[in-house]
Design a protein around this ligand. Structure first.
Ligand code: SAM
Ligand code: SF4
Length: 366
């Protein structure tokens, strides 16, 4: 019964695997509401009734990897490749700064060539300069050498998001070509921590062949790796990708994907308590108010898209990605209103660092 589990939570007792599994398998409407309420309470106690924005700039879809589920994988010949110019990225960052967002996220396909590494280093230094060091910077640029991670950290990035995607080795193999390795991904997570980043990871939820036990193990992994931030969302089918072939009718499973993603947010919040958890765009792709529901289920971060609209249609990781045609201003307006409606405030002008990281290190951003 969830009440027994919630008693354990209230008494700060460690949940067992079976407890977490129970939470992820809840179907009864009242129990589900209880689960979301409990997660939201824990979020409010540990973080406050506050949502932090990260303006995300998806600046390039050029990728050397070939993950079978991703719409911008290198073998997808239907995609028109782009890389934003440095000035364009800086404009996006400046716009976010002027809106008082507090932080930006730079995300792209994976590249490790020297030109790219230098380019990112320069962009990071310039973002720091244009914001007088005030904008916080998260980067999400895939697997790199420790040397590169260190260079980008020294240039101004202080949070890194690298989803492990799934912790089930067999499943990982089925979703990636042979030269992609879960081991290396986990080694990268460890390097990022050693360099000093606030560590973000996460998984896709509702992948073909993924079981509830896999998701339980994913949550345990978040704790084991001592993640500071979690960014996870539902797997959404992307046409022209090998993983899509496992799915007969995505519409038929959409509701389930959505519900499972919310349960994962709630269970993760209950288990980890003080980490930052993003309510991702993929949730909104499944339900108009999906991101707000993510906040109500225990998430506390939203990443409004501040990428120039002309590039957005080419950064389609999956079908029905929202806000593809809206300008950044419209995104900002609609989001802020939505947050206030659910009785939360936006933490403007703050880095919004993970309370978990602050407690661990005693380090405070701004
Ligand atoms: N290339 C970097 C990497 O893979 O870490 C960052 C960009 S990548 C597009 C960001 C995330 O998109 C991946 O970690 C993956 O979880 C997610 N993603 C890719 N395809 C997806 C899909 N079909 N449904 C949901 N999420 C997807
Ligand atoms: Fe490239 Fe990231 Fe997509 Fe994999 S998930 S193909 S690394 S952009």
């Amino acid at each position: 019964m969830p009440n027994d589990i919630f008693d354990k939570v209230d008494n700060k007792k460690e949940l067992s695997k079976a407890d977490i599994k129970y939470l992820l398998e809840i179907e009864n409407k009242d129990e589900l509401q209880q689960l979301f309420n409990k997660a939201y309470d824990i979020k409010s106690t540990n973080i406050g009734k506050k949502v932090w924005f990260r303006g995300i700039i998806e600046f390039s879809n050029i990728c050397r990897k070939d993950c079978y589920y991703c719409g911008i994988r290198k073998s997808n010949k239907t995609v028109e490749r782009f890389m934003m110019k440095e000035e364009e990225i800086l404009e996006g960052a400046e716009w976010a700064y002027k809106q008082n967002y507090g932080s930006v996220v730079l995300q792209s396909g994976e590249r490790d060539d020297p030109y790219f590494v230098d380019f990112i280093t320069s962009v990071l230094e310039k973002i720091k300069k244009l914001s007088n060091g005030e904008l916080g910077i998260t980067i999400s640029l895939g697997e790199q050498s420790k040397k590169t991670y260190r260079r980008w950290f020294n240039a101004g990035a202080h949070r890194y998001l690298l989803r492990v995607e799934t912790t089930n080795t067999e499943l990982y193999k089925k979703l990636h070509p042979e030269d992609h390795s879960l081991e290396n991904r986990i080694a990268c997570l460890r390097s990022l921590k050693e360099v000093g980043y606030q560590l973000g990871t996460g998984v896709m939820i509702g992948l073909p062949m993924q079981t509830i036990d896999d998701l339980v193990n994913d949550i345990l992994f978040f704790k084991e790796i001592d993640a500071d931030m979690i960014g996870m969302g539902p797997y959404i089918v992307s046409e022209n990708t090998p993983t899509a072939e496992y799915i007969d009718d995505y519409t038929a499973i959409k509701e389930n994907q959505y519900k499972l993603a919310l349960k994962m947010i709630a269970a993760t919040r209950i288990y980890l308590r003080d980490v930052n958890i993003a309510s991702t765009t993929a949730l909104q792709a499944l339900k108009t108010y999906g991101r707000e529901m993510g906040l109500k289920a225990g998430a506390n971060i939203i990443m409004p898209n501040v990428t120039d609209t002309k590039y957005r249609s080419n950064y389609q990781l999956y079908e029905d990605k929202p806000c593809v045609d809206e300008s950044s201003d419209l995104c900002m307006g609609c989001l802020e209103g939505r947050i206030l409606k659910i009785d939360e405030t936006v933490g403007l002008g703050e880095w919004g660092d993970s309370p978990h990281f602050k407690k661990k290190t005693g380090k405070i951003g701004n």
